[in-house]
Design a protein around this ligand. Structure first.
Ligand SMILES: Nc1ncnc2c1ncn2[C@@H]1O[C@H](COP(=O)(O)OP(=O)(O)OP(=O)(O)O)[C@@H](O)[C@H]1O
Ligand SMILES: [Mg+2]
Length: 357
C-alpha cells in the first residue's frame, strides 16, 4: 500500500488494542490508527479522521458493533467494516455480514487480520470503481438521451419552418404565376391557336407544381397538426396511407379534442407515421387498426396490423433505427413504448403516457 492506511479502531480494552496493532505490524501493513471507545468519539472520527477501514469490537460498555455499523453505513457508506471480537454466535456473525460488514475476526485468531484488512480494502476499491463506472455510464446515457431529444426537437422545428416557407412563399409565388397565366389565357382571344395551347399546358404545369409544393410542405410538417390537432392529423394521415397502399385503416379516436402539448402531439403523430411506414414496408397486411384513447390517468395510442409479424427478440440486433426512434420519442414525452408481434398474426405498437384531464 503506497499510503498509510487510516484505521479507526473501536475498542475499550487496551490489551486488545495492542494485540491488534501487533498483528497489523506483523502483516506489514503501514497504518495510522485512531482508537475510540464510545459512540460520540466514533461518530466524530468518521467525519474528522476519515478512516479507510474500521475495526470494531463487538460489545463496549456504552456502544456496540451493530450500532457502529449502522452509523458507518449512514454517515460514511462504502468504508469497509471488520468485526474483531472475542466471541459471537455464528448467527450473529452471519447477520452482521448480511447487514454490510466486510468480515469478522475472532480475537483468538488475530493472525487472519492483516489479510482480512487487505481483502476488505481491495474489495471496497473495486466496489467504488464499479459504482463510479456505473455513475459515469448513467450520466452519459442521460446526456445521449438529452442530445437525442434536442436533435429531434431541432429537426421538428426546422421541418416546420421549411414547410411554412415552402407553403407560404413558394405557394404564393406559384399562385401568382397561375393567376398571370390564367389572365394571359383570357387575353388570347382565338382559342385553339398554338399560343393558346401552350398557355393551357403552362397552367396545368403550374397547377401540378402547386400540388407538389403543398404535398412536400405537408409531408415535412402537417400544418393540420398545429391547427386542428392530433386527431384530425391522424385521420388525414390514415386517408393518405389508404390511398397510397390500399391497406384499410380502422380508426377508433376520441370524439373531441384532447388537451396535449404540441410536442406530445408531434411525437405521437410521428410514431403513428413510423408505424404505418413499417406496415407498408414489412407487414404485407390487409388491415390496420388505430386506437387513441384516454382515461383519467393515461393516454394510449395503439397501431395494430394483421400482417406477417416478426420476431421481436431480434430487435436489439437489427441495424434499423425506426423502432428505436419510436421508443425514444415515447420516452421523451414521458411515455412507455411497447411492440408485440407474432409471426403470421401481426404486430402491435403501443404507447402509453400519463395524462391529466
Ligand atoms: N409492422 C411490422 N410488420 C412486420 N415486420 C415489422 C413491422 N415493423 C417492424 N418490422 C420488422 O422490424 C424491423 C425493424 O423495424 P425498423 O422500423 O426499426 O427498421 P426498418 O423499417 O427496417 O428501417 P428504418 O430504420 O428505415 O425504419 C424491420 O426491418 C422489420 O423486419
Ligand atoms: Mg421502419
Amino acid at each position: 500500500m503506497e499510503n498509510k492506511l487510516k484505521i479507526l479502531h473501536l475498542e475499550d480494552i487496551p490489551f486488545d488494542v495492542e494485540m491488534v496493532e501487533r498483528e497489523l505490524i506483523k502483516g506489514n501493513i503501514e497504518f495510522e490508527k485512531l482508537v475510540v471507545d464510545n459512540k460520540t468519539d466514533f461518530e466524530k472520527a468518521l467525519h474528522n479522521f476519515l478512516p479507510d477501514i474500521i475495526l470494531s469490537d463487538h460489545s463496549l460498555p456504552s456502544f456496540d458493533s451493530a450500532g457502529a455499523l449502522e452509523l458507518t453505513k449512514n454517515k460514511a457508506p462504502g468504508i469497509p467494516f471488520i468485526l474483531v471480537t472475542a466471541t459471537v454466535s455464528e448467527e450473529f456473525a452471519v447477520n452482521i455480514l448480511k447487514r454490510g460488514a466486510s468480515d469478522y475476526i475472532l480475537k483468538t485468531n488475530l493472525k487472519r487480520l492483516p489479510a482480512a484488512v487487505q481483502n476488505a480494502i481491495e474489495k471496497s476499491k473495486i466496489i467504488l470503481e464499479k459504482e463510479n463506472a456505473e455513475k459515469e455510464l448513467e450520466h452519459s446515457y442521460i446526456q445521449v438521451r438529452k442530445l437525442a431529444a434536442h436533435l429531434q426537437d431541432v429537426r421538428e422545428k426546422e421541418r416546420a419552418s421549411i414547410a411554412r416557407e415552402i407553403h407560404d412563399e413558394l405557394g404564393q409565388l406559384l399562385t401568382a404565376l397561375k393567376l398571370d397565366i390564367l389572365w394571359l389565357g383570357l387575353k388570347l382571344k382565338e382559342p385553339g391557336t398554338e399560343l393558346n395551347k401552350k398557355v393551357k399546358v403552362m397552367e396545368k404545369l403550374v397547377s401540378s407544381a402547386l400540388i407538389t409544393v403543398r404535398k412536400i410542405a405537408t409531408e415535412l410538417h402537417p400544418a393540420l397538426l398545429d391547427k386542428l390537432g392530433l386527431i384530425e392529423a391522424i385521420k388525414w394521415q390514415s386517408r393518405e396511407f389508404e390511398k397510397r397502399t390500399g391497406v384499410k385503416i380502422k380508426l377508433s379516436l376520441p370524439s373531441e379534442q384532447i388537451d396535449i402539448s404540441n410536442s406530445t402531439a408531434i411525437a405521437l403523430f410521428r410514431i403513428y407515421q413510423e408505424s404505418l411506414t413499417n406496415v407498408a414496408r414489412h407487414a404485407a397486411a390487409t388491415n390496420v387498426y388505430c386506437t387513441l384513447q384516454k382515461n383519467n390517468e393515461e393516454l394510449e395510442l395503439t397501431v395494430t396490423d394483421d400482417g406477417k409479424g416478426f420476431d421481436v427478440s431480434y430487435i436489439e440486433q437489427m441495424q434499423s433505427l425506426g423502432l428505436l426512434s419510436m421508443k425514444e420519442r415515447a420516452v421523451m414525452i414521458g411515455g412507455k413504448y411497447e411492440i408485440v408481434s407474432e409471426l403470421k398474426k401481426g404486430t402491435k405498437v403501443q404507447v402509453v403516457l400519463p395524462f391529466n384531464n
